[in-house]
Design a protein around this ligand. Structure first.
Ligand code: CP
Ligand code: NVA
Length: 309
């Protein structure tokens, strides 16, 4: 179903395509643990354009490609002519002549969209200022592992900055039929268009999407509590000011006391202990959070295999 398609946003995927990715990710994870090779992308090459930093994304895509029998090229914009002003539309057409897929991590989402428009090969969004779909697909797999396969009706509470993770959680939870409540300060709400689209998607699955300002209210009875950095990449100059604004939005023991007793805490990492999450809560949930980090590998292998096969 996904063969030859781009993966820029979970909003563009059907409910069945999301399920297909999660099912293959689970299968590829089991195969890898059993030492079974699965060379679905033998002889294929992925170009990885990075205009922002990364630990998990770079290592998991590169390793994932290797495990699937292909190879990955790390293309930093410090080295590419793209970084010196070569147009995206030229870069897209040139890379399409050499590669079988492109992964991009960049600032404006429109850069990823333009790349996909001009490339003849699948383009995978590995984070833009607007969305981080690979991370949220990964999180859905991790929730299935820890809370059971049926995601429908589970409540996720997001506490903190209304950023690319919040936007993608809205899309992911909408497709999965979950109840999603974000608590953000009034001026740091997630993207309004994404919210509207997610609410439309939610009608299909019975999901519920809401954004409020009260973290206590959001977390009440939640099965999953998630947070993310208060200052995303590109917002480094605002970090100090944001620490004050977001102080009431810390995921700590007191806040977690309001969640379901069996609630899990997730974090896409990197985490800033003492800011969006306390050391105590992070370490108490380390098993889940590092499964989440590991699952980037398995989920992205599924995305690459399904789009690039
Ligand atoms: N979670 C995530 O995308 O991590 P990196 O920035 O290290 O890739
Ligand atoms: N919101 C964060 C996510 C990092 C994986 C950022 O964009 O920096």
């Amino acid at each position: 179903m996904l063969k030859g398609k781009d993966m820029l946003s979970i909003h563009d995927l059907s409910v069945d395509e999301v399920q297909e990715i999660l099912t293959l990710a689970k299968e590829l994870k089991a195969k890898q643990k059993a030492g079974i090779e699965h060379h679905l992308l033998k002889g294929k090459t992925l170009g990885m354009i990075f205009e922002k930093s990364s630990t998990r994304t770079r290592v998991s895509f590169e390793t994932g490609m290797y495990q699937l029998g292909g190879q990955a090229l790390f293309l930093s914009n410090r080295d590419l002519q793209l970084g010196r002003g070569e147009p995206i539309k030229d870069t897209a057409r040139v890379l399409s002549r050499y590669l079988d897929g492109i992964m991009i991590r960049t600032f404006g989402h429109e850069r990823a969209v333009e790349l996909a428009q001009w490339a003849d090969i699948p383009v995978i969004n590995a984070l833009t200022d607007l969305l981080h779909p690979c991370q949220v697909l990964t999180d859905l797999l991790t929730i299935q592992e820890h809370k059971g396969k049926n995601l429908k009706g589970l409540k996720m509470a997001y506490v903190g900055d209304g950023n690319n993770m919040t936007n993608s959680y809205m899309y992911g939870c909408a497709k999965a039929g979950m109840t999603f409540v974000a608590a953000t300060p009034e001026n740091y709400r997630p993207d309004e268009t994404v919210m509207k689209n997610a609410m439309d998607d939610a009608k299909q699955t019975g999901a519920s999407i809401s954004v409020i300002t009260d973290p206590q209210e959001a977390v009440k009875g939640a099965d999953i509590v998630v947070t993310d950095t208060w200052a995303s990449m590109g917002q480094e100059d605002e970090h100090e000011a944001r620490k004050k604004i977001f102080a009431p939005y810390q995921v700590n023991k007191e806040l977690m006391a309001l969640a379901d007793k069996r609630a899990i805490v997730m974090h896409c990492l990197p985490a800033y202990r003492g800011e969006e999450i306390t050391e105590e809560v992070l370490e108490a949930n380390a098993a889940v959070i590092f499964d989440e980090a590991e699952n980037r590998l398995h989920t992205q292998k599924a995305v690459m295999a399904l789009t690039m096969c």
